[in-house]
Design a protein around this ligand. Structure first.
Ligand SMILES: [Zn+2]
Length: 153
C-alpha cells in the first residue's frame, strides 16, 4: 500500500464521491453505489460504472466476484488517500508558499478545540525544527520569489 507512483493515482472529485461510499460501507456493488449517488449527483448508472472502472485502473479499488456480481472494496484508508491528495497540492506550489496555504486551511475550516490543541502541539514540535528561511525549489521562470531574483543577479 502507498508505494506506487502517485501520478496515476490522482482521484477526481467525482471519484471521491464513490470512495466515500466505499469507506462508509466497506464493500459495495455498483447497484448499491447507484442507489446512494445517482439521484443526489444526477448521475446515470453508466457514470457509476465508468467511475468504478477508473478507480480499478488506478488500483485504488479492487473487485471480487460474488455470485453473479462484483463487489468493490479498497485497501486504502480515507486518511491515507486524503493525505496523498493534500501532499499533491503542496507538491504543486512553491515551497515558500506552504505556510500561507496552511494558514488558509486553518482559517477556512471549522475546527474543534481538540483540533486546535493538536495543531498547537504540532506547531510546538515544528518550532524545534524550523528554518530561518524556506528554500524555493521552483525552476527559474516558474516563480518570482527573492531567491530567483537573487540568481538573476
Ligand atoms: Zn518558488
Amino acid at each position: 500500500m502507498g508505494e506506487e507512483n502517485s501520478k496515476d493515482c490522482h482521484i477526481t472529485n467525482a471519484e471521491w464521491q464513490i470512495m466515500k461510499v466505499v469507506w462508509a460501507n466497506r464493500e459495495v456493488t455498483s447497484k448499491f453505489v447507484a442507489e446512494v449517488l445517482c439521484e443526489k449527483m444526477e448521475w446515470k448508472k453508466a457514470t457509476i460504472k465508468t467511475l468504478l472502472n477508473r478507480l480499478l485502473e488506478k488500483k485504488v479499488l479492487k473487485k471480487r466476484e460474488e455470485g453473479n456480481k462484483y463487489v468493490y472494496f479498497t485497501e486504502y484508508s480515507q486518511e491515507e488517500l486524503s493525505k496523498k491528495a493534500l501532499m499533491e497540492v503542496f507538491g504543486k506550489i512553491c515551497r515558500t508558499k506552504s505556510g500561507e496555504l496552511i494558514v488558509k486551511a486553518i482559517e477556512e475550516n471549522e475546527l474543534s478545540f481538540s483540533d486546535l490543541n493538536l495543531i498547537e502541539k504540532a506547531i510546538e514540535v515544528k518550532k524545534k525544527f524550523a528554518v530561518e528561511k524556506v528554500k524555493c525549489d521552483c525552476l527559474p521562470g516558474q516563480c518570482n520569489c527573492e531567491e530567483h531574483d537573487h540568481c538573476r543577479g
